[in-house]
Each structure stands twice: as structure tokens, then as C-alpha cells.
Design a binder for this molecule. Structure first.
Ligand SMILES: Cc1cc2nc3c(=O)[nH]c(=O)nc-3n(C[C@H](O)[C@H](O)[C@H](O)COP(=O)(O)OP(=O)(O)OC[C@H]3O[C@@H](n4cnc5c(N)ncnc54)[C@H](O)[C@@H]3O)c2cc1C
Length: 461
């Protein structure tokens, strides 16, 4: 029996495993919800909601081709074992992503079943080879959608096609009402609207909290869950880029493509969880109250609270806001970045472990360079007139512009109903700087530079 294992590739277009399996004969397309995966990783109710929406659409698309998408709730190895019991021999077709590679690869070998895996093989290779392989992968023709998907006559009872059965699957966290909806159609619509015009201010608006939510592509969640392939995005964008008449438009799209390939690059790297150099010597203490206030957008520091409240509501933030809330937590408040990482991952709809871990490490200084931010100053840079702050913090909606980044200076502050700042921003900033400077000084006078440590701490004063 030909089994297609869906994972982070919830689409019918450019899905080579499905195309090849359909060519080989009858196909059983399967998606497995593994209780352990949803319990032990930061995956949360909002991710679950997105996956279910994606599966509902995928199920319909497969049905239109004559097939049937089936779902299982169990550990992957158990599901594969039951499938083998049913069919005596199975051929597995899947994209070679991390989850499937580790589990399915091992299982197939042990049970002497065939695994056909597809996708670009970009891990652990030289930069030159990486670029060559990525280039040819991105330019390869898109896999054709099968004309027909033939359902096998025998389907084991533990698989189901009725999504209502998922209502009993318990997942941590809460759903979002205003986030992006999962599914291939939404992914295509999002790409099309970007290429039709949203992209024209891509670079200029990149850092601005509200404008970037319109002029950046907003494709990240669709890429993470595979509602659209990177190759499809690349080819459609490249086609548009070639057709652009204005040099300015070409520059915007080229920048967008460089972000897209940066993602592929990061996903193919091996991320090591180790702290480098000076950051290890920083004294970190845990403060649960600070953590909760930061998470709930109640720090009393407007730009931080607006960012965290917007993330809670929409599941998305632009790069600068992600960097800011991380850096404030880990480098200014000097709190433990592990807990921060898990809490943010639960909230980002586009949570991709490789990319997320890479930037959490980068922004919290574990890669050598460390930025201590003054959130008031950053707030003024990112949201000068406070439009973003007013959108997400209704308590401050009527506050005069001059006070929007430091509402505690407003004479009638206590009538606003907004929290007083949980820390004295200037003092916290100064304390963090002093700690870093002391460590840096010690490093300069005594310690030799450690292997792998190439960058000095840098201060954003
Ligand atoms: C602390 C931190 C955590 C992050 N966690 C994630 C994550 O879990 N998942 C994720 O997709 N991105 C993550 N990013 C990168 C970036 O912020 C998002 O990819 C981007 O904001 C998504 O919005 P967009 O789709 O409109 O991006 P666009 O600017 O339109 O970019 C197009 C695509 O390129 C990729 N991309 C964009 N910027 C980057 C970048 N700097 N590095 C790598 N790839 C990029 C994304 O897939 C994105 O969809 C993180 C950044 C930081 C600082």
C-alpha cells in the first residue's frame, strides 16, 4: 500500500510525495496527531486550529480527486505499525522534514519497508554546494497535482475522516480570533495580494509595526505549515520580478527573496544550544511576576505591552518587535531566555523551531553580540506617533502624543487605568549595562578570547 504521510506540507500543489504515490497506484493519505508532540513542544491551541483548518481544506481537495484524507491520533511509530499489520507491506511517501526523517526513517529501516522521501537535501554541506542545490531546487518544475487519487478498498478502523473527532484532543493555550486562517487557498491569496501590490513598500515599512503587517508578505505561517511551497513562492515572485518595470519594485522583491532563502538556510543549519562567551557570566534571576506581566502585556512600558498584546491577538509580529521583546526580556531584565523562548513559541503562529531558536539565541546574546535595549528609545524609533500603541492599549488611546512612550510622566497618569511600569526602565537599563561592562572589562584584561567567539558585546545606548 502507498501511504503519503503529511506533516508540515499541508497542501495538494507542489506535493511531490502525493504526486509520486498517486502514480504508483492506490493511495492512503494520512495525517498523524501525536499526543507527545503536542504535549512536549510549544505547539499550542492556535497552531492546532491552523492545522485543522489546513487539513479541512486539504481533505476537500483530495476528495475532489477521488481520494480520502485520513487522520490518526497516536504516536507515529504505533500508527505505522498498525498500517503494516493491515497491509502486510507499505511504501511510505513523505517530504524529508525533521520530524519524519528521524522517526519514519528509523522505523522504515527497522521494519524493512520502503520510504521515498522528497525535498531539497541541504543539510551539512558546504556553502557552495548549498547555493547550487538550493538554486536548482527552487527552479525545478513544480510537482503536478495528481489527476486522480485512488482510495484503497480496505481502510483500518483506527483512521478517521471526520474532523469533529478532533474536538476531544486537548492542547494547551487558547485559540485566536483575529489571526490568519490556515489552508492552501489562503496561502495563495496572501502571496497573490503581496505580488499584486502590497510589496511596493516592503523595505520602507519593514520595521514599522502597523504598516509592516500590510506590506510584508505575511506568508510565514503558511510556509511553516506548508500550505504553500517555498519553490512556488520563489517562482511566482521571480516571474513578477522579471516583469517589473520599475527598478524600485525589483529591489523590494529581491529583498523579499533574500529573506525567503535566509529561512531555508537557517532551517538547514544545525543549531547548537550553547551559550558563548560573556553572556554566560551574567547573573540571571527568575522573577515570575515580571514574566507574567511581560507575557500578558502589562509591564507598564507601552511599546512592549502593545507588541505582546498584538502577538496574543494575531499570532504575528514583525522582526523588529520580535527582536525587541526578546532583547528586553533577556538582556535588559536579565531573565532566563529558555522560558521566554517557549512562551513566545506558543504564541507565534509561524513557529518554526530552527528559525525561532536561531533568533532567540542571536537576540539574547548567545552568539556573542548582545544588545541591551532601552524600550522607550526603541518605542520612539519604531512607533513615533504611537499609532500602534494606541491600537493595542486602549487605556492610552486618548493620551497626548508627548506622553505616549512614557505615560507615567503624564500628570493624570493614575486616571488612565494603565499599569505603572514594573521596573524603572532607566535603572534596569543601567544595571544591565553595568553588568555587561564589568564582564567585558574582565574579559579584556584577563581572559583570552574563547574559541568561536568572534564578536564583542555591543551596546545600544
Ligand atoms: C526572536 C525571533 C523569532 C523568530 N521566529 C520565527 C519563527 O518561528 N518562524 C518564522 O518564520 N520566522 C521567525 N522569525 C523571523 C521573522 O521575524 C519572520 O519570518 C517574519 O516576521 C515573518 O513575517 P512575513 O512572512 O511577513 O515575512 P517577510 O518579510 O514577508 O519574509 C518572507 C518570508 O521569509 C522568511 N523570513 C523573513 N524574515 C526572515 C528572517 N529574518 N530570517 C529568516 N527567515 C525570514 C519567512 O518565512 C517569511 O515568511 C523570528 C525572528 C525573531 C527576531
Amino acid at each position: 500500500m502507498n501511504i503519503v504521510l503529511f506533516n508540515n506540507d499541508l497542501r495538494i500543489s507542489d506535493h511531490q510525495p502525493l504526486t509520486e504515490a498517486a502514480r504508483a497506484g492506490e493511495v492512503l493519505p494520512v495525517y498523524v496527531f501525536e499526543p507527545s508532540q503536542w504535549k512536549e513542544t510549544p505547539l499550542s491551541a492556535r497552531h492546532f486550529q491552523f492545522v485543522v483548518e489546513s487539513l479541512e481544506e486539504l481533505s476537500q481537495s483530495i476528495e475532489e480527486k477521488g481520494g480520502k484524507l485520513l487522520v490518526a491520533i497516536d504516536e507515529l511509530e504505533t500508527v505505522l505499525g498498525k498500517l503494516l499489520d493491515t497491509y502486510d507491506s507499505i511504501n511510505l511517501f513523505a517530504h524529508n522534514d525533521n520530524r519524519l526523517k528521524d522517526k519514519v526513517g528509523g522505523w522504515a529501516k527497522q521494519n524493512q519497508q520502503l520510504l521515498f522521501s522528497f525535498g531539497s537535501d541541504l543539510e551539512n554541506i558546504s556553502v557552495k554546494l548549498f547555493n547550487n542545490r538550493l538554486n536548482s531546487y527552487l527552479k525545478e518544475p513544480i510537482a503536478e497535482v495528481p489527476n486522480r487519487i485512488d482510495v484503497p478498498s480496505k481502510i483500518p478502523d483506527f483512521l478517521f475522516a471526520d474532523f469533529k473527532k478532533l474536538n476531544n484532543f486537548r492542547v494547551k493555550g487558547s485559540k485566536i480570533r483575529f489571526g490568519q486562517q490556515g489552508g492552501e487557498m489562503k496561502a495563495i491569496e496572501t502571496l497573490d495580494s503581496f505580488l499584486e501590490g502590497r510589496f511596493t513598500n516592503y523595505i520602507e515599512n519593514q520595521q514599522k509595526p502597523l504598516p509592516s503587517s500590510l506590506s510584508s508578505s505575511r506568508l510565514s505561517a503558511y510556509i511553516t505549515w506548508g500550505n504553500i511551497s517555498v519553490r512556488t513562492i520563489y517562482q511566482k515572485t521571480d516571474e513578477k520580478l522579471q516583469a517589473c518595470e520599475l527598478e524600485e519594485d525589483k529591489i523590494q522583491l529581491a529583498e523579499f527573496l533574500s529573506k525567503l532563502t535566509a529561512r531555508v538556510n537557517i532551517c538547514s543549519m544545525k543549531i547548537e544550544h550553547q551559550q558563548l562567551g560573556d553572556v554566560r557570566e551574567i547573573k540571571r534571576e527568575w522573577n515570575e511576576e515580571w514574566f507574567q506581566r511581560w507575557l500578558q502585556g502589562r509591564t507598564g512600558i507601552p511599546i512592549i505591552d502593545a507588541a505582546m498584546r498584538s502577538l496574543d491577538k494575531t499570532g504575528w509580529m514583525n522582526f523588529s518587535l520580535r527582536a525587541m521583546v526578546t532583547s528586553f526580556f533577556a538582556n535588559t531584565l536579565l531573565l532566563d531566555e529558555q522560558k521566554l523562548s517557549a512562551a513566545l513559541a506558543e504564541l507565534y503562529l509561524d513557529y518554526e523551531p530552527a528559525v525561532h531558536d536561531f533568533y532567540i539565541q542571536q537576540q539574547s546574546g548567545m552568539k556573542g553580540k548582545m544588545k541591551i535595549i532601552d524600550p522607550v528609545k526603541i518605542g520612539r524609533q519604531l512607533d513615533p506617533d504611537g499609532t500602534f500603541i494606541r491600537r493595542y492599549i486602549p487605556e492610552l488611546s486618548k493620551l497626548p502624543d508627548g506622553y505616549i512612550h512614557e505615560p507615567w510622566l503624564y500628570p493624570a497618569f493614575y486616571q488612565l487605568g494603565y499599569e505603572a511600569p514594573m521596573v524603572d526602565v532607566k535603572k534596569a537599563y543601567k544595571n544591565a549595562r553595568l553588568q555587561h561592562q564589568a564582564i567585558e572589562k574582565k574579559g579584556k584584561s584577563g581572559r583570552k578570547k574563547e574559541e568561536g567567539q568572534t564578536e564583542q558585546l555591543s551596546f545600544d545606548i
